[in-house]
Design a binder for this molecule. Structure first.
Ligand code: TXA
Ligand code: MG
Length: 333
């Protein structure tokens, strides 16, 4: 039985973490499915609840910056700079793990991923539990991450002990993951903390090329699995507004039961549409919600308007292209 509570009763959820249970909690990125990172049975319960392969490691969430020194035995200069600048927030840092970190949470790797969320409910849960909280996104493996309570309940009701209702997640996409365990810092997953911002702090940072490719040998184990996929079949259409609309207009005239994810308010009379917003920050906040909305409305084929913009646009592109299985039409070509 899953109990849905609000932050008022957070102590119950903290107690649940302490005794090895599972709690879904809000963060500023997406909802997380948490358990005590030092308790292997509790960690196995996370993998089971998500249906997640056990070779995909989990992020360890902390409420105190100093805790990075307990989880990692090699907090190097690059790590320190990132932590100083971006903790708490939407950045996950991968460092060499310390001996206290076990093999279940890291899926056998010698590195550990650490994040300090800024969401006050998340911070309070970690603090009150007295634990480090391991938490993947709170979706069933393969589905878009949940950003609103309803989508958490759809995936996790009956599979976890507690769900804390924290309203809607501000950012809507998962944290930026940066690996600083090697000589050259590398972005393994783009997010709200952008390449441009990171480059100001670590000028030699690179972007792992699996981010925008269909197949590769990814360094972040999670990126090799199908991700962010709604039931609907998604195609992304990229280019100038005018050309994108022409292409989609043609497609919908010959495609039964389709819908359109518009950007900056495109209009397609007669088909189900939802708008991703007026800029990439809004697109990020709306993307996962919208993908699930198409499924809820029985839409089987989705055309997504997209424009290549920088900043958080890279994270949107990464998630959107993956959700489309890299089916992309370049409307300006
Ligand atoms: O915003 C977020 O990061 C959310 C919230 C809940 O904090 N969490 C999240 O976790 O997105 P998850 O498990 O869905 O994604 C974590 C990603 C996966 O792709 C995983 O493979 C990668 O981080 N990862 C974790 N530990 C790693 C490690 N030691 N080395 C490389 N990649 C790692
Ligand atoms: Mg995930």
């Amino acid at each position: 039985m899953t109990k849905i509570i609000t932050a008022e009763n957070i102590e119950e959820a903290a107690e649940c973490i302490r005794r090895g249970g599972t709690v879904v909690f809000p963060t500023e990125t997406v909802y997380g499915l948490g358990a005590d990172a030092m308790n292997d049975d509790a960690l196995r319960a996370i993998y089971t609840a998500k249906g997640r392969p056990s070779d995909n490691p989990l992020i360890v969430h902390i409420a105190d910056k100093g805790d990075v020194y307990k989880l990692s035995s090699d907090v190097n200069e690059n790590a320190k700079k990132l932590i100083d600048k971006f903790f708490p927030g939407s950045l996950t840092v991968i460092m060499k793990k310390s001996p206290i970190v076990g093999g279940v949470v890291t899926a056998g790797l010698d590195t550990v991923a650490v994040r300090m969320p800024s969401n006050p409910i998340a911070a309070e849960l970690i603090r009150r539990s007295g634990c480090y909280i391991a938490a993947p996104s709170a979706n069933l493996s393969g589905s878009p991450s949940p950003t609103v309570l309803r989508h958490v309940v759809d995936d996790m009701d009956g599979r976890v002990d507690y769900i804390i209702d924290g309203g809607n997640c501000d950012i809507g996409l998962e944290s930026t993951v940066v690996d600083v365990s090697g000589d050259v810092p590398e972005i393994l997953r783009p997010g709200k903390t952008t390449y441009e911002e990171l480059k100001q702090i670590l000028p030699d940072i690179i972007i792992n090329d699996a981010i925008l490719k269909e197949t590769d040998t990814p360094k972040s184990p999670g990126t090799k699995y199908t991700h962010y996929s709604p039931k609907a079949d998604v195609t992304v259409v990229v280019g100038s507004k005018e050309n994108v609309r022409k292409v989609i207009q043609n497609k919908i005239s010959v495609t039964p039961n389709c819908g359109v994810l518009t950007y900056k308010g495109g209009s397609y009379p007669g088909v189900f549409t939802t708008d991703a917003g007026d800029n990439m920050q809004q697109y990020a906040a709306n993307l996962f919600y919208s993908l699930r909305l198409f499924d809820e409305n029985g839409v089987e084929v989705v055309f997504a308007e997209f424009a290549d913009e920088g900043g958080i646009g890279l994270a949107v592109k990464n998630r959107l292209f993956k959700s489309a299985g890299h089916k992309v039409i370049y409307a300006d070509d």
